[in-house]
Design a protein around this ligand. Structure first.
Ligand SMILES: NC(=O)c1ccc[n+]([C@@H]2O[C@H](COP(=O)([O-])OP(=O)(O)OC[C@H]3O[C@@H](n4cnc5c(N)ncnc54)[C@H](O)[C@@H]3O)[C@@H](O)[C@H]2O)c1
Length: 321
């Protein structure tokens, strides 16, 4: 078992959704230093307010984490030992700017592989995405499921994972790949790239009908973001994760129709109008993660029921949107 206590830790994308929850979770482990690199493409200072209160020494560097020279200077100056690499350009951007998105996302993986290869950092925990699988051919989707990324974003995530795995095989870097399925929770960007939950809360507030893309029978495996943050820490702690890709999911799938209905029920708005529109380009049909490997190797047990997490999330958005 490894411990983050007294370690010098860097989280890229730490002002983002999952990254900021991971920063909060890592602080509980008492690292000697914790720093964030974020270029604020989607990140928010506000996401790190709790972290700054808990750790006034937390430093946030507004830098491009795909810039190898800048990252080398930073990790060497701060003597960083462990990097959690969560920075990403998101899927919708890849539909409009595919070349840029792919270049940045691959660069993000490659930068920290290189820093591990040259011993500038000890350990890399890299974030993948379940999008790398594409639509499910078998349910649940285990780590040996065929890889059929549908979008340039998904392909860039898969390429990043393969780079990390190749550096492990070729150069023996100490690294693991975490592959989260769909997350929900406070701090998910409610703007242009929003998930379905903030969209529903926003539509309710404006008293506008809720749009569901396609027939709504597409499924997702939604995991509460704090569970995912905990999983990243467990992956670091357990050496059994090294050299592996680990799904982080609940193992339960829910249709978008059922999710929207559940949300409306929790908020007492069962009669609110919902309509269906065209399928969204690149949307995968079914998604449900197989989590046996994470259970075996890192003792992962997601225990937050979707209802509880949904309510906490919906209330968070209600206050802000
Ligand atoms: N949100 C999900 O449901 C989900 C699902 C599967 C995988 N993931 C993965 O989890 C990780 C975090 O995703 P998220 O949902 O928190 O995304 P997010 O967009 O909320 O956070 C990503 C952060 O990275 C920052 N960033 C982007 N490019 C950067 C760069 N070049 N340098 C420095 N910072 C940069 C953004 O400003 C943002 O704060 C990503 O690797 C993503 O692929 C997320």
């Amino acid at each position: 078992m490894n411990s983050l206590t007294n370690k010098k830790v860097l989280v890229t994308g730490g002002a983002g959704f999952i990254g900021s929850h991971l920063v909060d979770r890592i602080i509980q482990e008492n690292p000697s230093d914790i720093h964030v690199v974020d270029n604020f493409f989607l990140g928010e200072e506000e996401n790190l307010e709790d972290a700054h209160k808990m750790r006034p020494d937390l430093e946030v560097f507004r830098l491009d984490a795909s810039d190898l020279a800048a990252m080398r200077d930073l990790v060497e100056e701060k003597a960083i030992e462990v990097v959690f690499n969560l920075a990403v350009i998101p899927l919708p951007t890849s539909l409009k700017y595919p070349v840029w998105t792919v270049n940045v996302n691959i660069g993000l993986a490659l930068t920290f592989c290189e820093l591990a290869r040259t011993n500038s950092i000890e350990t890399l925990i890299h974030s993948s995405s379940s999008e790398a699988y594409g639509s499910a051919k078998t349910i649940p989707m285990n780590e040996d499921h065929p890889m059929n990324p549908k979008t340039p974003y998904a392909a860039s995530k898969l390429a990043g994972d393969e780079l990390v795995l190749s550096y492990i095989r070729t150069f023996g870097i100490d690294a693991a790949v975490v592959r989260p399925f769909n997350n929900y929770g406070p701090r998910q960007n409610p703007g242009r790239y929003a998930g379905i939950i903030p969209i529903v809360v926003k539509k309710l507030k404006k008293n506008e009908p809720i749009e569901i893309f396609g027939d709504g029978e597409q499924t997702r495996d939604y995991i509460f973001v704090k569970e995912t943050a905990d999983a990243f820490v467990k992956v670091y702690q357990n050496n059994a994760s090294r050299g592996k890709v680990l799904n982080i999911a609940t193992g339960k799938e829910i249709t978008i129709n059922d999710l929207v209905a559940k949300l409306l029920e929790i908020l007492g708005k069962q009669d609110h109008p919902v309509f269906h529109s065209e399928d969204r380009i690149g949307d995968v049909r079914r998604h449900c993660g197989g989590v046996d490997l994470a259970k075996d190797l890192i003792g992962f047990q997601p225990h937050v029921m979707p209802e509880q997490g949904l309510l906490e999330t919906a209330l968070w958005y209600q206050e802000r949107l």
